[in-house]
Design a protein around this ligand. Structure first.
Ligand code: GLP
Length: 241
């Protein structure tokens, strides 16, 4: 496991963007596993700049996002489809038909998960998977559990995750209670993984995930078994290592 110590969020974002840019430069038809949340926003801003300068071409790139809230439409500004469109896809030349997220409007949970697994098996595995980290150790929306989930599944969100994500909604009641997420096995099949963390509030869980026991109670701890993980964090997030 590589651990890159960045001085701050901007530096961490630039390091992550550089690795993604290198991936696309070396393999223009890369399949990227992308993430939402605050952590990757700076990375996406940097990638947009590289594109605008003519240094990066997304024409042949495919992206498969980690997760989506159940019940939110792509037009809902809290949906992850909306997030990706507005924070990345609309600013680069990726083809819309090459961008995938679970279908939040498909309320038949089994079908939504099977459909997404089909997309993943058609286009995957991911060449590079970008991950953030939930305060309880979740990756994607794979919450602490008795076992590691394999394929795409529908997850009831924990109170801590609902609380953490409430900051993006007008009212906590508006945070969806369930989400579709790519499974842990799919994440582990990615050829390379970048785990991006920032802020003091992540310091404890980063330590548990990277150096604690590997357990589904801390889903990110499974990353200890992956052979190509790069952790990029600012000083605060990595302060307990
Ligand atoms: C959400 C997302 C995760 C993300 C996590 C951390 O729960 N489903 O993919 O990693 O939030 O978000 P943040 O980067 O905002 O701390």
């Amino acid at each position: 496991m590589n651990i890159l110590h960045a001085t701050d969020y901007t530096h961490a974002s630039r390091l992550a963007a550089n690795l993604i840019a290198a991936q696309i430069t070396l393999k223009p038809d890369s399949v990227l596993g992308l993430a939402t949340g605050s952590s990757p926003l700076g990375t996406y801003r940097q990638l947009i700049q590289y594109f605008q300068k003519g240094d990066l071409d997304f024409k042949h790139v495919t992206s498969i996002n980690l997760d989506e809230y159940v019940g939110l439409s792509p037009e809902n500004d809290q949906s992850y489809r909306y997030f990706m469109n507005h924070n990345l896809f609309q600013h680069i030349n990726i083809k819309e038909e090459h961008t995938f997220l679970p279908d939040g409007l498909e309320l038949n949970e089994k079908k939504a998960c099977l459909d997404y697994d089909q997309i993943i098996s058609t286009h995957g595995p991911m060449d590079l998977q970008l991950l953030g980290l939930g305060l309880n150790g979740h990756i994607g929306f794979n919450e602490p559990n008795d076992s590691f989930q394999t394929g795409t599944n529908c997850i009831p969100l924990t109170e801590s995750t609902i609380d953490a994500n409430a900051r993006f909604f007008e009212h906590i009641e508006m945070v969806p209670k369930k989400a579709y997420t790519m499974g842990i096995k799919t994440i582990m099949q990615a050829k390379k993984i970048i785990l991006l963390v920032s802020g003091e509030q992540k310091a404890n869980i980063v330590k548990q995930a990277l150096y604690g026991p590997v357990t589904p109670l801390v889903p990110a701890s499974i990353l200890q078994f992956h052979n190509d993980v790069t952790v990029i964090g600012d000083l605060a997030a990595l302060s307990r290592l």
